[in-house]
Design a binder for this molecule. Structure first.
Ligand code: SAM
Length: 218
């Protein structure tokens, strides 16, 4: 692609991206439809628009990243969202993941620690017509005001599973969180069954750190 792109070029690039993530094993029709529908180029700076539909993470402001589309799809598929469910996202970043969840019919709550990023994400929610609740704060302690949640998705790497997030899950609710050291993390899915928390472990990923009271200290 050269420096200016038509809507048609973006549409074609998005279709190719969906084919790539399908080939990598994403099967959930709702997830594939969301990736096919959300204009990822709206979430990246001008200089990266030509790479918006590459299956790769890209830099955003505040030295953070918009996650790789496959990673977004993988985590969203693990979350098993049903229409109308309440989902908390920790780490709004660009706002792309929140829009994927909202497109799937979730009622989305999202928290970001960087004010500048949240302001940009909010303007994208408005432009794209998504009604998403958001705040600046430390998401490692969740958002107790609106708990419990059917799903919680943490899009930054944690040293451990924050106990506040477990407490804010509904019975039957799912938490998806990358846990490990600051270089690589294992994706963990936790399903609450009464007072039991059933864990399964999935592939390795690399995220920016979850910085906060129940995350990394700096
Ligand atoms: N989900 C984002 C998207 O779709 O663009 C990508 C998230 S980026 C990989 C991780 C984000 O988590 C960063 O924007 C970072 O500032 C944020 N973050 C890190 N620790 C946090 C915390 N304790 N509370 C809220 N946000 C946090």
């Amino acid at each position: 692609m050269n420096s200016t792109f038509s809507d048609r070029q973006y549409d074609l690039a998005r279709e190719e991206l969906v084919a790539i993530i399908r080939k990598k094993g994403i099967t959930d029709p709702g997830v594939l439809d969301a990736i096919a529908s959300i204009p990822r180029h709206v979430f990246v700076q001008d200089v990266f628009k030509s790479k918006a539909y590459d299956d790769s993470a890209l830099p955003i402001a505040c030295q953070q990243t918009i996650s790789q589309p496959y990673t977004v799809a993988f985590m969203t598929q693990l979350l098993q969202i049903q229409h109308g469910e309440k989902v908390l996202e920790i780490g709004t970043g660009s706002g792309y993941q929140a829009c994927v969840l909202a497109h799937m019919g979730a009622r989305v709550f999202t928290i970001e620690r960087h004010h500048e990023l949240l302001e940009l994400a909010r303007s994208r929610f408005e432009t794209l017509g998504f009604n998403i609740a958001s705040k600046v704060g430390d998401g490692s302690i969740g958002w107790s005001q609106f708990a419990p949640y059917d799903g919680i998705i943490v899009t930054a790497g944690a040293p451990d599973v924050p106990s506040s997030l477990l407490r804010q899950l509904k019975d039957g609710g799912r938490l998806v969180i990358p846990v490990g050291d600051q270089s690589t993390q294992e994706m963990i899915l936790i399903r609450r069954q009464g007072e039991e928390f059933v864990r399964s472990r999935h592939a390795g990923f690399k995220f920016v750190p979850l910085v906060g009271k129940e995350g990394w200290q700096s």
